[in-house]
Design a protein around this ligand. Structure first.
Ligand code: DC
Length: 234
């Protein structure tokens, strides 16, 4: 696949809770580029399957569900997160639950599901550029991306961040439970045969453990400057 110079891609991969989503949103806003939250498509597949009563190991039916997803991403005003519509219904919050995330990680290893979602993801690559976050953006979906980042953080820190997000919203949430769920999800996402979670060979690894959002953002923007903005000018 050739590199599309009119719509460069910044691919940000890594395990759940590493801060990819936040950074991807900020970078897209700063550059005025489109955003692809590829995990949302796996979450939507899991949710649509649940609604249709399809079992999470029925690859044939799940691939059909993934293929025929009726999804709309409605951009929020002034960089606010997008609203996600499934069959016209607002499911923005439904797809963010821990259960939906875990179910997404169960449907994601199925190669039929991944194949069904591949072109849908590539269609997001439009000028002036795309920031894409997920697990296989740099390795499979956009292998020609000029900027590939693998963003990670220790499992303990990711569990603590998730705890801070959830503690006022969900009663009885415990760091230990979140930690074991994160470890289980990491093992499933990294251990699968199809498009496992791993850094692309040419990815820059950013460990966000102990770093603030601004520090990570400036590292990413520096890479974009070096590899996209300056190389287009030079
Ligand atoms: O990034 P997230 O937590 O929204 O992703 C939910 C699940 O979807 C994740 O556990 C694995 C899967 N996923 C994937 O396999 N490939 C992607 N590009 C994005 C997500």
């Amino acid at each position: 696949m050739k590199q599309n110079l009119s719509a460069p891609v910044i691919a940000i991969d890594g395990p759940s809770g590493a801060g990819k989503g936040t950074i991807a949103q900020l970078v897209a806003k700063k550059l005025g580029w489109s955003l692809l939250d590829s995990g949302a498509l796996y979450r939507l597949t899991a949710l649509a399957a649940e609604t249709a009563g399809v079992a999470l190991d029925n690859e044939g039916k799940l691939s059909e569900v993934a293929c025929s997803l009726d999804v709309e991403f409605v951009p929020g005003a002034d960089g606010e997160p997008v609203d996600v519509l499934l069959n016209g219904k607002d499911v923005t919050l439904d797809i963010r639950t821990e259960t939906c995330g875990n179910n997404a990680s169960k449907v994601a290893p199925l190669s039929g599901v991944r194949a069904a979602l591949l072109q849908r993801q590539r269609d997001f690559q439009q000028p002036p550029g795309l920031v894409a976050d997920g697990r296989d953006m740099g390795t499979v979906v956009f292998p020609q991306a000029p900027v590939k980042i693998y963003m990670t953080a220790s499992a303990q820190e990711r569990a603590e961040r998730r705890y801070r997000q959830l503690k006022d919203k969900v009663e009885g949430v415990k760091i230990a439970t979140l930690l074991s769920e994160i470890q289980e999800r990491d093992a499933r996402d990294s251990g699968r045969e199809t498009a496992p979670l791993k850094p692309a060979e040419d990815a820059v690894i950013i460990d966000t453990t102990g770093l603030g959002i601004e520090q990570v953002l400036s590292q990413v923007l520096k890479l974009v400057d070096e590899r996209v903005i300056n190389s287009a000018q030079g």
